[in-house]
Write a protein that binds this ligand. Structure first.
Ligand code: NAP
Length: 257
């Protein structure tokens, strides 16, 4: 069995945060297949180590793990130091896949759930991304792939607490893309519709609109390769959301969306 110390990190390297998520795992496999060294950061230690071991065996690339809690903002500077230590420098890229979606009705009655959603989806992402992007900018090279959601495109009663954190994240990422437009740092904003993952488990969703995590991983990787700025998963969500965004309020308020 391949141990970590048998494989050395190369400069072709990616930090994947939320690597235990179904999509995080899928995108990690995409990069490993192309020979990238990987560092997997997640709140779940054991499953993360299992994923890393599997990647080392399959692709024979450096793949190590680190504990990462998106909502523990104070730990992020030290976390980044550990990343630099493990990779012997700043990685080439960062992929952010962590996220949290509360049950809307429960969150409406419990501010702690609302705060947790904001902390993980928005503040946690901004906290780590801003630090990493500054390093990429200093070097004038690097990339980030960040998962937002179509839920951020228009506030809907069924999901506006989660949706508002993704809406804020989308606006933040658009601003960051503007800031980076004159540099060689690439930022891909990902807007998935429904994906077949733990987050949507048990929800009654139309099968035809669902993307599997593997499909999502492939779409993200291809969009990144093509240097896209925004990608919808799957492509038709761009048009679905265009319609939803442009529904007049008097029509929209009669829907159960
Ligand atoms: N599934 C969809 O339909 C859908 C649609 C649009 C956007 N998205 C977004 O896609 C991304 C991936 O989600 P997914 O669908 O693959 O769902 P998922 O499997 O539930 O992934 C979410 C991951 O985030 C982790 N996480 C939660 N709190 C964390 C924290 N404080 N620090 C670090 N990690 C934490 C979770 O760990 P635990 O399991 O331990 O809590 C889980 O591994 C998320 O950003 C999500 O918002 C999903």
């Amino acid at each position: 069995m391949l141990e970590i110390n048998e494989l050395k990190p190369t400069s072709k390297s990616v930090l994947v945060l939320g690597s235990v998520s179904a999509v995080g795992r899928a995108i990690a496999h995409e990069f490993a297949r192309e020979g990238y060294s990987l560092l997997l950061g997640d709140i779940e230690i054991e499953e993360n180590e299992r994923i890393a071991k599997d990647i080392r065996i399959r692709y024979h690339v450096f793949c190590d793990t680190l504990f990462f809690d998106a909502s523990d903002f104070d730990s992020h500077p030290v976390f980044l130091e550990k990343v630099i230590e493990k990779f012997n420098g700043i990685p080439e890229g960062l992929v952010i896949c962590f996220g949290y979606m509360p049950v809307q009705e429960e969150a409406q009655k419990d501010f702690n759930l609302i705060k947790r959603t904001i902390d993980i989806n928005f503040t946690g992402t901004v906290s780590i991304l801003e630090r990493v992007i500054s390093k990429f900018e200093e070097r004038n090279y690097g990339f980030a792939i960040v998962i937002s959601s179509v839920a951020g495109d228009r506030g809907r009663k069924s999901n506006y607490i989660y949706g508002s954190t993704k809406g804020a994240l989308t606006r933040y990422l658009e601003g960051l893309q503007h800031r980076l437009s004159s540099t060689k740092v690439h930022l891909l904003l990902v807007k998935p519709g429904f994906m077949d993952t733990a987050m949507t488990y048990g929800l009654n969703l139309p099968q035809r609109l669902l993307a599997s995590p593997e499909e999502a991983g492939r779409i993200l990787y291809t969009a990144w390769k093509r240097k896209k700025q925004v990608v919808y998963v799957k492509w038709f969500w761009r048009y679905i959301m265009l319609i939803i965004q442009h529904l007049p309020r008097f029509v929209f308020h009669r829907t159960q969306l």
